[in-house]
Design a protein around this ligand. Structure first.
Ligand SMILES: [Zn+2]
Length: 217
């Protein structure tokens, strides 16, 4: 199966992508991993991407598309893949269609993880991280520490990362609405979109997505 996963920041996309890819026995292709791999291996595309990133500029679509395409053509992805973080705008979606067409294949589904906006803000803005160890993560509502502001694991001070502030989250949501959400309409026109309510436990969301994918066959 060839699947694209979309959803706003805070929808648990990375976690769902990992579970779904495992259940479907297809590789999980995330843009973050693509960038890291190409840069660490020093590929031409990786060098290009790094030059833009070092200059504080956005990596152009064609570089991202090139990396995604190389990855989709590797042997383990021939039978299918799950894309996470790509395409992130309509022009990338068009380029992806073009690339797949040249390879004689098509997408099977676009999974749209749906989370109410206020829930996204609550999920992200409530995160608190331990200053001693960033893997000690709490949430003011969902997994509150026993004592406010203090890590249960090591007693370290808990703080909110700048990236997690409400203002930053709202800005990221705005970017998602203007840049990425239009791809949902683009794929709706191809009858590929499956909307998955992404509230509830991680396993429940995975089950919903699996049921929707299997029902659609
Ligand atoms: Zn700690």
């Amino acid at each position: 199966m060839r699947i694209v996963l979309v959803g706003p920041p805070g929808a648990g996309k990375g976690t769902q992508a990992a579970y779904l890819a495992k259940n479907l026995a297809i590789p999980h292709i995330s843009t973050g991993d693509l960038f890291r791999a190409n840069i660490s291996q020093g590929t031409d595309l990786g060098k290009k991407a790094k030059a833009f990133m070092d200059a504080g500029e956005l990596v152009p679509d064609e570089v991202t598309i090139g990396m995604a395409r190389d990855r989709m053509n590797q042997p383990d992805a021939i039978g299918g893949f799950l894309l996470d973080g790509f395409p992130r705008n309509v022009s990338q979606a068009e380029a992806l269609d073009e690339a797949l067409k040249e390879d004689g294949v098509t997408l099977d589904a676009v999974l749209d993880l749906e989370v109410p906006e206020e829930e996204v803000v609550k999920r992200i803005a409530g995160r608190r991280i331990c200053r001693n160890d960033s893997s000690h993560v709490f949430h003011v509502s969902y997994s509150a520490p026993k004592q406010e502001g203090v890590c249960d694991v090591c007693g370290g001070e808990l703080y909110q990362r700048d990236d997690d502030s409400e203002a930053t989250v709202r800005k990221r949501l705005e970017v998602y609405h203007t840049q990425t959400e239009p791809i949902i309409d683009y794929y709706k026109a191809q009858d590929l979109v499956v909307t998955i309510p992404a509230l509830g436990k991680v396993e429940e969301v995975t089950e919903r997505a699996m049921a929707a994918l299997q029902g659609g066959e």
